[in-house]
Structures are given as C-alpha cells and as structure tokens.
Design a protein around this ligand. Sequence first.
Ligand SMILES: O=C(O)Cc1cc(O)ccc1O
Ligand SMILES: [Fe+2]
Length: 491
Amino acid sequence: MATEQCPELRYLSGLGNSFSSEAVPGSLPAGQNSPLECPMGLYAEQLSGTSFTTPRARNLRTWLYRIKPSVTHEPFHPRDPTNGRLVGDFDSRATTVATPTQLRWRPAQVPLHPTVVDFIDGLYTLCGAGSSFLRHGYAIHMYAANKSMDGCALCNADGDFLIVPQQGRLLITTECGKMLVSPGEIVVVPQGFRFSVELPDGPSRGYVSEIFGTHFQLPDLGPIGNSAAHMPLSIRRLFSCLSSANGLASPRDFLSPTAWFEQVHRPGYTIVQKYGGELFTATQDFSPFNVVAWHGNYVPYKYDLSRFCPFNTVLFDHADPSVNTVLTAPTDKPGVALLDFVIFPPRWLVAENTFRPPYYHRNCMSEFMGLIYGVYEAKADGFLPGGASLHSCMTPHGPDTKTYEATINSRSDANKNEPFRLSGTLAFMFESSLIPRVCQWALDSPCRDLDYYQCWIGLKSHFSHGNGNGATTSSSSEPAAAAGSADDEKE
Ligand SMILES: O=C(O)Cc1cc(O)ccc1O
Ligand SMILES: [Fe+2]
C-alpha cells in the first residue's frame, strides 16, 4: 500500500515516553486500566515487555483496548511450510558452527517474479549467540522479499527486532498503529507485538538484529552530556548549549505509531508465532489490528538515522566507534553490551596528524557490519550496500590494502590535515560481547566472499630502520625517526 493511501500515518514523538492514543475519541478508559466495562464494549489486554516486578524505571507494558482479545484463535501448530532458516538457540551445534575467520557476504539478490517471498519467508539468520529460551543472547538476520504479507501477522515471542531496511520501504502495521520506514531509518518491533509488513516499493532487503531478554535504550552520554559540569559556572554559562545532556540520538526523534484499527471478518487469518526460532501458526477469523485505543510505554518505534548528531575527535587520533552508538541493549555488566547499534554516518573528519580510517584491531567484542549506502571508510572495494561482514571476538581486521595505501600516500599532501567531509555513506555495526556462532547456510551461501582475506594480503611492510641493510634485531637503541617527526608536527 502506497503512503498516499495512508493519510493515517501520524506519529508520537519520544523514546521511553508513556503515550496514550485513541483512534475513536472516548475509546480509552479514563483513570484505570481495566474497568468492569471498557468504553465502546472493547476488551482490555495488557502486553508486558518486562516482568511485572521489574523496577519502575525499566518497567515496560502497554494496555490495548481491542474489539476481540488476542486469545480468540485456534490452537498453534508448527508452520507448514516452515521457514527453516531461522535460529533462536545458538547453544546447539545442529545448525551453527564456530569460526574465527573474517567473513564477508555480497548483497543478496531479491527474489524475482514469479517467485514470491514475503517478509516472513524472506527472513534468514546469519549468526547469533545465546538462547531465546534462556532470555539471553541475540540473533542477526537478513531479509530479501518481494511481496507484502497478506492475511497474516508475525508475532516474535523470542525478542525485539531492530530492522534496518537497505532497499525498499516497509509499511509496518502493528497493534499500536502503522509506521512507514525508509532505508536510512530503523524500526524496533518489541517482543510480542503482532505486526505485518507490506512492501510499497516491491523488492526489499535489509538487516535485522534480534535481542533476547532485554530491550534497547539510549546510551548514557557520560562526559559528552556532562562535559561542562565540572567547569566554573561562568564558563558553563558561556557553553550553555553544550552543557546539557545532548548529542547522539535524541529521544524526541524516535517516533511511535498512533492507534489504527480495522474491523473486518477475515476467515483464515493466520498468526505466525516465532517461538524458540521456530514458526507456529494459529488461525482466527478477524484481523489482529483491532486495537481502537492504547496507552503505555511498551511500543514499536522508528528513527531516522539522519537525525543522529555524531561526535568525534576534534584534534587528533581516531575515536572508538562506540562514540556513535544509536541504541544499546545492556548486559548486567556496566559498559558491556549484549548488542550495540552503532552507525558510521556522513560527518566531518578533522583530526590532525592522524590515520583517519578505522585502525587495525582485535576486539574482545564481535562486530557484524552492514552498509546501507555508499562506500565504507575502511573498505575501498568489496563491501557493497546490502552486503555484510562479521569479525568475531579477537579476529584481526581493519582497512583493506587499497584504503591503507591511499591514506599513507596522502601523508605528503599539503592538505592532509584539512577537514574532510565524509559524505554519501551510511554503514552500521551490531557489536556484541557474546561470541556468535554462524549458520551453516550462511557459510555455504553463494553470496559469501571466499576471497575476503585477500583484501589484506597485499599489505606490505613499510618498515624502514634507517641503516638500510634490512637486518632486524629484537631491539633498537636508535630513536624512531618517524615517531619523532610526528611529534614535531603536533603543535
Ligand atoms: O571494524 C570496523 O570497521 C568498525 C570500526 C570502526 C572504527 O572506526 C573503529 C573501530 C572499529 O571496530
Ligand atoms: Fe572493528
């Protein structure tokens, strides 16, 4: 359905807010959640995103006022045909393997007519860790689809979906209302919401991260938000625009839907329940999008990544990518994420005497990357929009040979320290403290770039010792000439 046919697309602004929305004035009960009789004869139903006993600051739940309750359906059965490429439990060796190899995939071909694939059948897992049953872990999926879901809704009992469309818009109908999500935006559909995905542009593909047992939140701003807190008041006044808790993603740019419902008799309407990574179906004779009013703080939301206010170094050295975390799903360990969603948006690079592309590194966290458009700053070749890469725990990675050589060769340019605007690019990373196991079908995929390692093989030694004889010793008493000249340039 095109947007022009959706004048009802209106949003509520703010992340973590308690919202109220009614599609018909007067349909929301006043002053209580479950009156003896709800306005207009509606049923009250609570959807809990956290345990009843979760402390108030993190407690998430929404009250839905609907024409018929969700429970009115036939029994669940394993779905036939099953998708077969979804995993919710990575502790089993049946479908996944451990590999420290650097992995990269070319973009998946979106199925072509006459093959028809909707969002449910087009969704496949690449890797993940932990278990949806144990409420700890995550899965990384991708989707490639060419047909709107019709007569069915998906309900993910396993976790929250963070969907990153790369090609084609998604018109997502949820029990809270509708959202239109374009490439360059992301959408979060929390655990348990029934939703249906239409493809107004036809062929579509994108990335999905799924988290088990927790929810996304904004990262703390720490010294970014409090940067002037320790300064004298007079200075703080001067910098008043910088001293409040701003920067990165702002809560008001997160948009949630407004109540929308349909009252239709739909025999054979199918609820597809993703439960433990497996799909089950149950039929009912009405649309699940029958919520006339709702209130609460457990809601789907979308976010336009161009609203993100990136931070970076303004003098020297390369900031760690965590500086541009959009959303984080925490673990119980402070500062250690179950899954961070980080972006590499268009921005100014201004660091002086600095290797500006990402550094070479090995990370105790595991990094899955995707590219929405443009060229990623560490990969001159081979990492394409719609493609993906995985560098697991302690697997070395960094700029490809072409990027390294181009950067190093620019050291003699007169303008090497000039500000440079990185434009027309949007990459992202799902970064996790849990080590992923990789699905066998992802390793065997025709999209797998088996030559990925070659992008670093050409990196040659630039080591120059000064005495020209090429002999190497375990230590040197000579000062390093290159380091000395670098220091000279600093001030
Ligand atoms: O590996 C990557 O490309 C992601 C990344 C980017 C960066 O600027 C610094 C560290 C890092 O892991
Ligand atoms: Fe990295």
